[in-house]
Design a protein around this ligand. Structure first.
Ligand SMILES: [Fe+2]
Ligand SMILES: [Fe+2]
Length: 252
């Protein structure tokens, strides 16, 4: 997203608001120290001309509310943790699976490459907006490696059942975010506000990532995820674990 900014937008000579992209401005705007306070003693030169009171004003872009900021902080933190876990699962699954089922190598690489792209994107978003990663980052790293390796040594079906379970949960998680962000955008438009280009791009990118996760789910089912034994127990435990990890990562 940093690439969206022209070089001059980063110039320290510009005022803070001018240097920030709309979403970055919205993130900064929550801090009282960054708000401009206009006192009642403002000089007459700063007051609007009477004519402007009767001229239709152009639509304005407003900062997100504190509740919206809190939602985005949590959602993006969970997204990064989820993509970290996905890359570690595929990294751990690949050696045993590729050895036992060489025909799966291109599929495993394809899914890993997409997960690596998702992870890089959310790393960039968190860094840009100064959102801290989950404090349990090292724990999810270890847990997802163990999950990937153990399901892969159980066999192809178990490995695919793991992908099916994880992608079902993460797909629902992304769907919830897309619904919420589209609702915000509709409400902004109803109020006559401008929806920032950066917010639009974020929603579009999450939709693409959500679709790729659902594509992984389809690949898993096509590769006999439902033949795993014991399928119900395995997917039930993994899905519960994913929901727990999402819940915890939202909070810490
Ligand atoms: Fe992903
Ligand atoms: Fe995925």
């Amino acid at each position: 997203m940093a690439a969206l900014l022209p070089r001059t937008a980063l110039s320290p000579a510009l005022p803070l608001k001018a240097r920030l992209t709309p979403l970055a401005f919205q993130l900064r705007a929550r801090a009282p120290s960054h708000r401009t306070i206009i006192s009642s003693a403002a000089s007459p030169a700063t007051e609007p001309e009477p004519q402007s009171l009767h001229t239709p004003q152009p639509a304005r872009q407003k900062p997100l509310s504190p509740a919206q900021q809190a939602f985005l902080d949590k959602a993006l933190r969970v997204n990064q943790a989820g993509e970290l876990a996905a890359t570690r699962i595929y990294t751990a699954q690949a050696p045993p699976l590729n050895k036992a089922y060489p025909h799966l190598r291109p599929l495993m690489k394809h899914m890993y490459d997409q997960e690596a792209g998702h992870f890089a994107y959310f790393n960039e978003v968190l860094a840009k907006h100064r959102i801290r990663p989950t404090l349990l980052y090292p724990m999810w790293q270890a847990a997802s490696t163990i999950l990937g390796w153990s399901t892969a040594v159980m066999g192809r079906e178990a490995a695919m059942a793991c992908t099916e379970a994880v992608e079902t949960e993460i797909g629902e998680h992304y769907n919830g975010q897309v619904r919420e962000l589209l609702l915000w955008m509709a409400q902004m438009e109803e109020r006559g506000e401008v929806v920032g280009e950066e917010l639009r791009r974020l929603v579009e990118r999450i939709k693409v990532i959500r679709d790729e996760e659902l594509e992984h789910l389809d690949h898993a089912v096509a590769n006999d995820a439902k033949e795993a034994k014991p399928y119900e127990l395995l997917t039930g435990v993994i899905r519960t674990g994913c929901r727990g990890a999402i819940w915890v990562s939202e909070k810490v």
